[in-house]
Design a protein around this ligand. Structure first.
Ligand code: GLU
Length: 313
């Protein structure tokens, strides 16, 4: 069997093993997400040379949600550099749910990470732009470059979120009152909510991850989307907080930087090699796709992808 056939088999094996797994529930605090069919499942593997292998509903477009935080972080890093990002947004796990107010209170209203809601809104507020529309356009352009084609804002998801995001609005005001949010708070919350409401497929998500794996160069379009020097800080942030308060468990069992979103997407990145993306809406209590995590973990293991594994001599 040649390499391509082996990779195709490995993707199929991980998909077959976990695509019917029971358990978990769609996110329900955002009305749109509760309505997405729970049986949908996709798995995609993309290498840094552009080879791509998919199974299941890999072209179904779902809400990017929290995974958008990685794209906006990339843009903020490009504009400000790692030192400013670390100082203003942090690089530590909160150990608490992604929208925790307690986490802020425990840390002097500092978000700790750009990958929790507080830090993500602070990241939006740092983006240099002329106005709110320009800020949004730049964020959307970064998402588009990472996946390799223009991403679409879902009016349905956006409306569902903008009309229910009261908790995030409260967080934005708390940050602003403490001086840790750097634009109008309601504008930051509105743009953040939009960035969560674009649609991507499992295939797009794997390309997004593979762009990070190849030092910021999109393996399908060839575009150098961000500086290679900004990739390690992104992967470090993903390691610390990418799978919410179970990021440590993910590092322990999978050993790859990852990011999930409450839309059911999850991606893991193997620097220099490629990325694996899984999608399925039912989530565990922390907000990570139940099937997505298991498929991605199984495929990573089959490929021998684990950053902490010592290569055999
Ligand atoms: N738009 C969602 C929120 O702000 C994203 C959460 C997530 O995927 O973690 O609550």
């Amino acid at each position: 069997m040649d390499d391509a056939a082996r990779y195709g088999e490995a993707v199929k094996a991980a998909y077959d093993a976990f695509s019917k797994l029971e358990g978990g529930a769609n996110a329900s605090y955002i009305p749109y997400l509760a309505s997405v069919p729970a049986h949908l499942v996709g798995l995609t593997l993309v290498f840094t040379d552009g080879q791509l292998f998919s199974q299941g509903d890999s072209d179904y477009r779902f809400a990017i949600e929290s995974i958008s935080k990685v794209a906006t972080l990339a843009l903020a890093l490009e504009q400000h550099g790692p030192a400013v990002i670390q100082a203003k947004l942090g690089a530590d796990p909160t150990g608490m749910p992604f929208n925790s107010v307690t986490a802020l209170e425990l840390h002097d209203d500092r978000p700790q990470s750009p990958l929790v809601n507080a830090g993500a809104m602070a990241t939006v507020s740092l983006i240099k732009a002329e106005n709110a529309e320009d800020r949004w356009a730049r964020i959307r352009a970064m998402q588009s470059s990472l996946v390799g084609h223009p991403v679409e804002l879902s009016d349905e998801v956006n409306h569902s979120e903008q009309t229910t995001n009261f908790h995030n609005r409260a967080i934005a005001w708390l940050l602003y009152s403490a001086g840790t949010l750097y634009s109008d708070p309601m504008e930051a919350c509105m743009v953040y909510t939009r960035q969560c409401s674009t649609l991507i497929s499992c295939r797009d998500l794997a390309v997004f991850g593979a762009t990070l794996a190849s030092g910021g160069r999109n393996p399908l379009t060839g575009e150098q989307v961000l500086q290679a020097a900004n990739v390690p800080p992104i992967l470090a942030e993903m390691t610390m907080e990418g799978l919410y308060e179970t990021s440590g468990d993910w590092a322990y069992t999978v050993g790859l930087p990852g990011k999930s979103g409450v839309g059911g997407g999850v991606v893991a990145v193997m620097p220099g090699k490629g990325a694996i993306a899984g999608f399925s809406p039912p989530l565990d209590p922390s907000g990570n796709s139940v099937r997505g995590q298991r498929m991605v973990a199984a495929l990573a293991q089959a490929l021998g992808w684990n950053l902490y594994r010592v290569p055999e001599a």
